[in-house]
Structures are given as C-alpha cells and as structure tokens.
Design a protein around this ligand. Structure first.
Ligand code: AMP
Length: 214
C-alpha cells in the first residue's frame, strides 16, 4: 500500500502517519523529518535547507525529488509506505509519479486531512516532543499527565521545532495555499483523493483513516 497524507501544516498528518506505520507495518517517509535529520547531521542538503525551513518556505523540488527517490529505493520492493509532507507542489507530484512508474508501483490513496485555518496556528505553536522518545505533546491540547515529565519514557527533556513559531507559521500556511493546495484538484482528477475530518479528536481521525484503508 502506498499513500500520501495531504494537508496544511498542523493538520495532524505526522501524528496519524505514525499510527498507520504501526498499524499497517508501513514505512513512514516524512520529507520534513529527513530534512531535519540532514540539518542535524550538517550534510550539504541540510546546510542549504536550514534557512529555507526556518523561513517557512519550500525546499527546491529537485532536492525533494532526489531524497524521496533515494528513500523509496532503500525500502524493500514489497514494502508499503506513507508519504507525509510530500509532494507539496505539482512538480513534485509529477516527479513522484515518474519515480513510482520506474519501479512499477502506483499510489493507492491520497488522503486530505481537513482542518479549519484558525486552529492550525494554535496547534503548531503549542506543540513539542519528548527529546528522548519523540512522543508528541501540546501546551493546551495534550499536556503530559505530570507536568514536565514524558508519559511514555519519563524523560524531562523536550524539544520544539525551530520553525514552529508564529511568524514562520504564517509563511508555511501561505506556501501551503499557494503551492500545495492545488494538489487537491490534481489528485481528485486522478480519482485518488479521499478526505478525513482533521478537526475530530486524534483517535477518531485514526478510525476514519482505517475505514478508508481497510
Ligand atoms: P514538515 O515537517 O512537513 O512540516 O516540513 C518542515 C519544512 O521542511 C517545510 O516547511 C519546508 O521548508 C521543508 N519541507 C518538507 N517537505 C517538503 C517538501 N515536500 N517540499 C518542499 N519543502 C519541504
């Protein structure tokens, strides 16, 4: 199974992708995670991407198509995967289609996670993760049970993404509506698009996804 999670930043794509990864044994290919890892490692791609990410803009299509091609190439040929945060432009969508054709693979679903605009900024600026195990939290919507202590591993160290600031969020939402939202029509015309209500609570969104995938 190959699926794309489509939706604005803060829609909950990453949270749901992690759940589907466990539930269906899919690989989770998040270009945001790959780029953040490249920044941390200080690779050439990471050095170029850092300023672009912190400005809330999009990394070049060429770079993205290359890293996706490489990531898919590293999976076993039968392994299904979720594309989280990619494609984000029609050029990337065309590039992905060529990558899949070359490997005799095809997309099964493109799932749009729909969320009202006014909730997105609040979701993004309040989110953080455990620095040790990566569990996700939110200042308002999902605080740990004990203040300052991770529910999952007990660590007291947390991190926030450098691009989860109010200023950068505005640029990221603009990039989404200008560059990525046209993919809704792109995949709808190809009869691949399904939607879930991302305003529902996390478990309910997962149930909506499972209903589509099973
Ligand atoms: P994300 O973790 O998906 O929110 O991505 C974080 C940032 O990485 C984005 O704001 C972009 O700067 C960059 N990025 C991630 N995926 C892509 C992509 N498919 N195309 C262009 N830039 C991307």
């Amino acid at each position: 199974m190959i699926l794309i999670m489509l939706g604005p930043p803060g829609a909950g794509k990453g949270t749901q992708a992690k759940r589907l990864e466990d539930r269906y044994g899919l690989a989770n290919l998040s270009t945001g995670d790959m780029l953040r890892a490249a920044v941390k490692e200080g690779t050439e791609v990471g050095k170029k991407a850092k300023a672009v990410i912190d400005a809330g803009q999009l990394v070049s299509d060429e770079t993205i198509i290359d890293i996706v091609d490489e990531a898919i190439g590293m999976l076993g040929s039968d392994r299904g995967f979720i594309l989280d945060g990619v494609p984000r432009t029609t050029v990337q969508a065309d590039g992905l289609s060529r990558i899949l054709d070359r490997r005799n693979k095809s997309l099964d679903h493109v799932i749009e996670v729909k969320v009202d605009d006014d909730l997105l900024a609040e979701r993004i600026t309040g989110r953080y993760t455990c620095a040790t195990c990566g569990a996700g939290y939110h200042d308002k919507f999902q605080p740990p049970k004990e203040d300052g202590v991770c529910d999952v591993c007990g660590s007291s160290e947390f991190t926030r993404r450098s691009d989860d600031t109010e200023e950068t969020v505005r640029a990221r939402l603009k990039a989404y509506y200008d560059e990525t939202a046209p993919l809704i029509d792109y995949y709808s015309e190809r009869a691949l698009l399904r939607s879930v209500d991302g305003m529902a609570d996390i478990d309910d969104v997962t149930r909506q996804l499972e209903a589509i995938l099973s």
